[in-house]
Design a protein around this ligand. Structure first.
Ligand code: DON
Length: 305
């Protein structure tokens, strides 16, 4: 496995040139575009890493699988899916258009920005710090680490510039679909997006989902099998945003991307995969990550469809 991962990183070392790092959150523009890391956490034989596997980046939207898992656990499926849909969307992750056009004005799924903001608002804590502590504790347990830290510079940078997410939140409030203190909910959202990770953590998080909620490294049952299955399913249908259908055809594995450059994938009963590559395509998915996921899926025959 180690040789395979080394060869995949080598093959796609330069593919980042086809993408660009995110700049709409100014601090993300400081990322190294050419960092390329790959990790697999095999449910039987453990963790394998290659390339810049310990390059740190922020979870961004990958954190949405953690907050979804938390809300499903704490609030239950019915409460979550009566406020947020479970269908893919062919629009960008921060688009406001469908939210206004479709009635009820409910986010299409929990992994687009509007959906993740609603999911956070459902959590039964009033302070943003409590919501984020619960999300980061669960992220740590899924990754098999004592704790997960937050990148303050990225948090402040997003908080200062996130007019689009504010627009989404205030629109949701105006149609009665977001309750609570909007600035506090948004603060929790910016903090959870700024949780710091690397592709090895993402591989273990993916493996926890792949193993029906049991972390294969710590052996802790972190999520119920049902919650892990629902999260994997939403990843498979919505995890790569408006690139989800294409990724389902080309790689065929449940995965979730983030504009920090990470992708976490869960291959049921087999493994978790984490990739790092801060240069993104036009949809906000890591160019190197997509290429490495597709390659591994092909070589190891990982398709679930
Ligand atoms: O809210 C945002 O725009 C970012 N904090 C997260 C977006 C993201 O990661 C989309 N992923 N590909």
């Amino acid at each position: 496995m180690k040789e395979l991962l080394d060869s995949v990183v080598e093959e796609f070392r330069d593919i980042w040139r086809n993408g660009r790092v995110a700049t709409y959150i100014p601090e993300l523009a400081r990322a190294c575009p050419d960092a390329v890391g790959l990790a697999v956490c095999d449910l039987g034989s453990g963790l394998y890493t290659a390339g810049d596997w310990n390059y740190p980046f922020t979870m961004q939207s990958v954190s949405k699988i953690v907050s979804l898992a938390l809300a499903l656990t704490v609030c239950g499926e019915d409460a979550v899916f009566s406020s947020v849909g479970m269908d893919p969307l062919a629009d960008p992750f921060n688009s406001i258009m469908r939210l206004e056009m479709d009635a009820p004005h409910r986010p299409h799924n929990p992994l687009i920005n509007s959906g993740a903001i609603v999911v956070l608002s459902l959590l039964p804590w009033t302070e943003s710090s409590e919501r984020v502590t619960a999300v980061s504790d669960l992220a740590a347990r899924m990754a098999g680490k004592p704790s997960v830290s937050m990148n303050s510079a990225v948090y402040i940078s997003e908080k200062e510039t996130s007019d689009r997410n504010r627009a989404l939140a205030w629109f949701l409030k105006s149609v009665g679909n977001l309750h609570g203190d909007i600035e506090d909910i948004l603060d929790a959202y910016f903090r959870q997006c700024s949780l710091e990770t690397n592709c090895a953590d993402l591989a273990v998080m993916g493996a926890t989902l792949a193993a029906d909620g049991r972390n294969p490294i710590t052996e802790e049952q972190v999520l119920t099998p049902r919650v892990a299955r629902v999260v994997r399913t939403i990843m498979a249908t919505c995890g790569m945003y408006d690139g989800s259908g294409e990724f389902a055809v080309s790689a065929g594995i449940p995965a979730k991307s983030g504009v920090g450059g990470g992708i976490a994938a869960a291959v049921p009963g087999m493994m978790g995969i984490g990739t790092c590559g801060p240069a993104l395509d036009s949809r906000g998915n890591s160019v190197a990550g997509l290429a490495m996921m597709k390659k591994l899926s092909e070589v190891l025959n990982l398709r679930i469809y």
